[in-house]
Ligand binder design. Structure first.
Ligand code: 0O2
Length: 222
C-alpha cells in the first residue's frame, strides 16, 4: 500500500471535527433512503431497492485523494475539494429502477443537487456503469445550519459486482492496468449489462403472466 501521506496534527484535529458533521450528513441521507425503503416495502406494491451501503472516508484516504490531486493536506481543502467524504450506495433490482430512485431522491425540497452523472446511459471508458449524485443536505445545529455534500451512487447488483471486482483488480495494478485486462474487464461490463437486460425481461414477462392469471389485489399488504 502506497499510503504514506498524512495530515499535520493541527489539520488532523480540524478534520476530525469536520468528520463529525459529515457523519451527520451521512445519517441524514441514510434516513431519507430508509424512509423510502419502508414506504416501498409496506405501502407500495414494488420495492426497487435491494440493499444500501454507506461509508465515511477515512482520514488516510482523504489524505491520499488530496495528495493525488496535488492539493495541500488541509481540512479546508478536504471540505472544498472533495464531495465524496460521505457516501451512500443504493443497489437496485433492475436498471430501470435506478432513474426512478434518483428522481424520487432529487425531488426532496430541502436538498440541493450539486452534480449528476449518468454513467448508466453513458458508461465510462472502463465499462463502469452507475448513476452518481452529489446531494447537499442541511444539518441543523444549535446555532447554525451546515450544508454538506453526500455522494449517492445508484446501481444494479450486476453493476455493483463488476465495479467492486474491477476496483480490486485496478488497485492491484496501482491504476496502471495492462491493456488486455482493461479490454477483458470492458467486455465483462458489456456482458453484465446484457444480463441486466435479460433479467429485467424475464421479470417483465413474469409480471404480465401473473397479471393475466390472477385477479388484482385491492389493498396493499402491511
Ligand atoms: P474511491 O476509492 O471509490 O472513492 P469528476 O469530478 O466527475 O471528473 P470523480 O470525482 O472521480 O470525477 O467522479 P466520478 O468519475 O463520478 O467517480 C466517483 C467514484 O465512482 C469513484 O471514486 C469510484 O468509487 C467510482 N468509479 C468511477 N469510475 C470508476 C471505474 O471505472 N471503476 C470503478 N470500479 N469505480 C469507478 P474514486 O474517488 O475514484 O475512488
Amino acid at each position: 500500500m502506497e499510503n504514506t501521506v498524512l495530515f499535520s496534527g493541527e489539520e488532523f484535529a480540524k478534520l476530525k471535527t469536520d468528520l463529525v458533521l459529515y457523519q451527520c450528513a451521512l445519517n441524514n441521507m441514510k434516513t431519507r433512503v430508509e424512509t423510502l425503503l419502508n414506504e416501498f416495502i409496506h405501502l407500495k406494491e414494488y420495492n426497487p431497492i435491494e440493499h444500501v451501503k454507506s461509508r465515511l472516508k477515512s482520514p488516510e484516504s482523504i489524505a491520499d485523494k488530496l495528495h493525488k490531486r496535488q492539493f495541500a493536506l488541509t481540512a479546508e481543502n478536504a471540505r472544498t475539494q472533495l464531495t465524496d467524504i460521505a457516501g451512500i450506495r443504493c443497489i437496485c433490482s433492475y436498471a430501470k429502477d435506478i432513474k426512478t430512485l434518483a428522481e424520487v431522491l432529487t425531488r426532496q425540497p430541502d436538498i440541493k443537487i450539486l452534480k449528476k452523472r449518468d454513467y448508466v446511459t453513458n458508461p465510462k471508458k472502463s465499462g463502469y456503469r452507475s448513476y452518481h449524485l452529489i446531494i447537499e443536505v442541511p444539518i441543523y445545529l444549535t446555532d447554525v445550519t451546515e450544508r454538506l455534500p453526500v455522494e449517492v451512487q445508484i446501481r444494479t447488483q450486476a453493476m455493483d459486482f463488476w465495479a467492486s471486482l474491477e476496483h480490486k483488480v485496478r488497485y492491484k495494478f496501482n491504476d496502471e492496468m495492462p491493456d488486455a485486462i482493461t479490454r477483458n474487464l470492458w467486455e465483462c461490463a458489456e456482458k453484465i449489462a446484457e444480463l441486466d437486460k435479460e433479467m429485467f425481461q424475464i421479470q417483465d414477462v413474469a409480471n404480465l403472466t401473473r397479471q393475466t392469471a390472477m385477479p388484482r389485489r385491492e389493498t396493499p399488504p402491511l
